[in-house]
Ligand binder design. Sequence first.
Ligand code: FE2
Ligand code: FE2
Length: 442
Amino acid sequence: MAHILIVDDEPEVLVLFREILEIQSHSVEEAVNVAQATDRLADGAFDLVVCDVGLRGESGLALVRRVAEDLPDTAIIMVTAADDPALAEEALGMGACGYLVKPCRPNDLVISVSAGLRMRDLEHARRSHLDELESKVLHRTVALHDAVQRLEESTETAGIALRETADRLVTALTLRSDETGGHIQRMSRYGAHLALASGFDTWSEDEIRVGMMLHDVGKIGVPDAILLKPGALTGEEHGIIQRHPLLGAKLLGEGQSPILALGAQIALSHHERWDGDGYPSRLAGESIPIVGRIAAIVDVFDALTSDRVYRPALPTERACEIMTSERARHFDPDLLDLFMKSIDDMLVIREAHPDLAPPPPPTGGMFAGRRADGVARHLTARETAVLRLMTEGLSNQSIAATLDLRLNTVRNHVQRTLNKLDAHSKLEAVATARRRGLLPPG
Ligand SMILES: [Fe+2]
Ligand SMILES: [Fe+2]
């Protein structure tokens, strides 16, 4: 049941619409012009407004604009005496979610109203999801700022403090990244090793390692929905991801410490290419800072030789072949040659810093998906049974009775199932499980 405002200056239309909507159990209020409608809307919240365009006095379109701008939780459907596609387009462009031509059949009104309410609910859910993402980003940004702050303080006491801070940093970064802690550890060590081998001595090995760790820190500003999207990205989504070097440089550039400045330089330049075809600045050759050229090599090497959700790790020889074909294209030729010469050292680093192995699936369990750090999550047999009962819309109490379990145990199973499926409600968990093929389609 929804609370609906009908705005029309023809009394017989008001009576007819009220009757139709009340049969559908909606509660209805009326207004005969825009001014009266505005007063009603100021007095109470409405789920939906059905508004005639051709009102005497101010046009109904003005009301559409006002509702769309000021009342995002109220849907609006336009009604007009003449079928005018241009007018319909204008109303829809302003934010109306439906358009009816008078005289309309009762069913047309009922269908438009229920479609309008459905759109309103979806829009509401979309906005809450965005709010939630924003608050997650905020939370993680605070964690990152904490780590960066410690980093600034620790530059005064080099050595152990710097190493400890680096480890804290990895934890903060992997809270918000599609890459694992293992990747950051390996990539930063490969980078520090290559830098030293190239005779680069502006920074110590530990400092370069910390700077390298920060290469993807700008991904904190990329929404999860894009960063962790399992399918192909749209052009627009690629554009958003490609902002991460600039975001990272901006975030780190605000700090005081020289290491943060080094991190900012690496963040900004790790996606540039030797041939000038990279981003964000399309720098070429030696105009790319050497730390950026080093980061490009070691980042790609580790990506190719690590398992991804969509493919297993490539053998080292194959990864080296691919990278060599990009010599003087993607990569600085001299640095790449040096990297290839040091490949045995790199393999020692890789051995020492493996990714955490995903746990084997428990007997009777189902693969539910992967965490952001790539670790697989499985539903236990009991969680699977609980998930199946969720599809029937059972309360926790009924699930407990059906499975002969205590209510608290069921609550725990439900919560763990939601966590493993990244769902916020039972409904979302069931939908996700169906999408992933864990349950037959509903
Ligand atoms: Fe990156
Ligand atoms: Fe990376």
